[in-house]
Write a protein of this length. Structure first.
Length: 325
């Protein structure tokens, strides 16, 4: 019996990839850069399954190029703004993602960025390498305090709540804005409106999904409502922050600093004026990049793919309405 054909759009960790290769006839894209749109449209033709990444747009055109035999799309990510889910649902194709397992790794990294920006760790490291460190000085690279500071969390899902737990260990006051999430009595966090969060927060950490209403949520108007000592951290999606408005806010001193794991566009262009700023940290979308977490993501993505190919319900399905109960 022949194995089902699948296209895997990038090399994923071996634990998950080996399971896919054992069960499937795999066409694996091995380049570091993602396949182009033209390559995607060509390589999906006739496949039974697709295992993709956030960099791969999956829409009606791609699904139709694959053909009616396509049984499943497995996204190696929690977010799925790269997939037009209604297009898949309309064709009866289940779509899987990898929720839950990267919560702690992402929250750890977001808090690491918060501390690095607050205490000017990256600036200090560059200062030393540039040969500027001549002596100890009482006013050298002064940063922010955490104990007693207010952390404002935008989006209070799994990762937002994990940030709140970490902040409690630093005796921070935690407020959050999320109209869709009820208060959690186990957490010492206060629900507020967005205006209050911006006005009162010393640190603002973004953990909201990318939706039409959150696109450029952080813009010239919202930056103007923040404290001049405030620090912004974004580990959600780059498009939630207007890059030009962020540049102006950082350059003018409207806010003190920012740390980004994600950018718009991604990767950030090397001629972006943001990269000229000392009060900005940019890292290459690595918030979930711990070995254990990425192994678990690959295993979950493989499990979704293989279940779909077997005609079984996906363990983590974004569009369960495709299943007729």
């Amino acid at each position: 019996m022949s194995k089902p054909k699948v296209f895997v759009t990038r090399i994923i960790p071996e634990k998950g990839l080996s399971q896919v290769q054992q069960f499937c006839d795999v066409d694996l894209w091995t380049d570091e850069l993602p396949p182009s749109r033209a390559v995607m449209l060509e390589r999906v033709r006739g496949v039974d399954g697709l295992l993709c990444l956030l960099t791969d747009r999956v829409d009606a055109e791609l699904l139709d190029a694959a053909g009616p035999q396509l049984k499943v799309v497995s996204n190696h990510a929690v977010g799925f703004d790269n997939i037009v889910v209604p297009d898949a649902t309309a064709r009866g194709i289940p779509v899987g993602n990898t929720p839950g397992i990267l919560t702690d790794a992402t929250a750890d990294f977001a808090f690491a960025l918060l501390m690095a920006a607050g205490r000017r760790v990256v600036e200090g490291e560059r200062y030393v390498r540039a040969g500027k460190w001549k002596t100890w000085g009482p006013s050298l690279l002064l940063g922010a305090d955490f104990v007693g500071a207010t952390l404002g969390i935008v989006g209070f899902g799994r990762i937002g709540k994990a940030m709140a737990r970490r902040a409690s260990g630093f005796d921070m006051r935690v407020i959050y804005f999320d109209p869709l999430t009820p208060p959690d009595p186990a957490l010492n966090a206060q629900s507020v409106d967005m205006e209050t969060l911006l006005a009162e927060s010393d640190f603002v950490s973004l953990h909201t999904p990318l939706l039409p209403e959150t696109h450029h949520l952080m813009n010239a108007e919202t930056f103007a409502k923040m404290k001049p000592n405030a620090i912004l951290v974004n580990t959600s999606r780059g498009q939630i922050v207007d890059p030009q408005a962020l540049y102006e806010a950082l350059k003018s001193g409207q806010i003190a600093a920012a740390a980004l794991d994600v950018t718009e566009p991604e990767p950030i262009p090397m001629d972006s004026p943001l990269l000229e700023l000392e009060n900005l940290i940019v890292v290459p979308h690595i918030a979930s990049a711990s070995t254990t977490t990425r192994d678990k993501m690959s295993l979950m993505a493989a499990a979704n793919l293989i279940a779909g190919l077997k005609g079984e319900r996906l363990p983590t399905c974004i569009n369960p309405e495709v299943y007729k109960e």
